[in-house]
Design a protein around this ligand. Structure first.
Ligand code: PHE
Length: 338
């Protein structure tokens, strides 16, 4: 008899059901009224007393194992049952996934466009010294053009400030590299301005710098035309207006044709047909010399643009503050674009 119990123990051990029906017939086979267990308990009565203890222990173990198996598969069967109703080929819920911030998206696009014509990325500190943010850029102390960029100073030390543009990174790059230089400096910048729909005290810039022998204003213009077409579409035109920056000479501001009204005039371009996107110019020889570059041998161009401004034009955003409020309703509109 003990042999039969051993066989049953083995049977229970190797039992692995595939459905609820199999678990139920297993239960009936062993624990049902006419099941194996009841039969064994009946037999127990007739077992000679010297073997009773061992036999009793074995059938109790068998019963325990049967119950364990049933409990195990009862639960996993419920899981299997609900899994049967799940369509594993269905795409995941996209709206529970975050996406790139529109400012990051535009920044990446700008970087990608300039990467394709050989610009590499350079980065620098947001807390700067006077030299890299101003003096090296042809803006000595007391220069009135310093007021063009209202500056946050750190504590009371007038030498330490929050950078007002990423031109400071270009200075660092020129100091540490030799021409030819082709670099792009994206980053956060700070200006002490009242926050409004069109201005913020923190914003983002991408500035570019190209230095080599025989670089001309025509190269700059061609580079910017390429950028404008890549960013705003093949039909985009650019317009350069003379301007002033202390670090470039000559300097210009660049407008792109308004793609909202096809340059026919609308309230976004204020009926001018054009929208301003960046400042640029030929690097002033003084700046090259300040950074240890021979201005007799080398020339260069530089340009700088606000990422928020490009994002506003590209996505038709009318209020700059929306970029910093982290309102999900605003940000989710960019999900499909990232
Ligand atoms: N640094 C300028 C600014 O922040 C932009 C600029 C860069 C202009 C390079 C000309 C050349 O306003």
């Amino acid at each position: 008899m003990i042999e039969k119990v051993k066989i049953l123990l083995n049977e229970v051990e190797i039992f692995h059901p595939n459905s609820k029906v199999e678990v139920e017939s297993f239960r009936l086979k062993y624990l049902g009224k006419k099941g194996e267990m009841n039969e064994l308990f009946k037999i127990l009565k007739d077992i000679p007393s010297q073997n009773k203890k061992e036999f009793g222990q074995k059938i109790n173990l068998l019963k325990k194992n049967i119950q364990l198996k049933i409990d195990l598969y009862k639960d996993s069967f419920i899981a299997l049952k609900s899994a049967e109703n799940i369509d594993t080929s269905r795409p995941i819920f996209l709206d529970s996934i975050g996406s790139k911030h529109p400012i990051s998206m535009i920044k990446d696009q700008i970087i990608d466009i300039f990467n394709r014509i050989g610009f590499t990325i350079s980065e620098g500190p947001e807390i700067e010294d006077d030299w890299h943010n101003f003096s090296a850029l042809n803006l000595p102390i007391e220069h009135p053009a310093r007021d063009m960029q209202d500056t946050f100073f750190i504590q009371t030390d007038p030498d330490i400030l929050l950078r007002t543009h990423t031109s400071s990174v270009q200075v660092r790059h020129m100091e540490n590299n030799t021409p030819p230089i082709r670099t792009l400096s994206p980053g956060r910048v700070y200006r002490n301005e009242a926050i409004s729909a069109r201005a913020h005290c923190i914003f983002h810039q991408v500035e570019g710098l190209f230095i080599d022998e025989n670089v001309s204003f025509a190269d700059l213009k061609q580079c910017l035309l390429y950028f404008a077409k890549e960013m705003f579409g093949e039909k985009t035109k650019i317009r350069l207006r003379p301007s002033y920056f202390p670090f470039t000479e000559p300097s210009a501001e660049v407008d792109v044709s308004c793609n909202i009204c096809n340059s026919n005039g609308c309230n976004v371009c204020k009926n001018t047909g054009y929208l301003e996107i960046l400042g640029c110019g030929m690097v002033d020889p003084n700046v090259l010399e300040n950074c240890g570059i021979n201005s007799k041998k080398y020339a260069g161009y530089a340009f700088g643009m606000g990422i928020e401004r490009i994002a506003m034009l590209k996505y038709g955003v009318k209020d700059l503050r929306l970029f910093y409020e982290n309102d999900q309703r605003f940000l989710q509109q960019f999900n499909q674009l990232s």
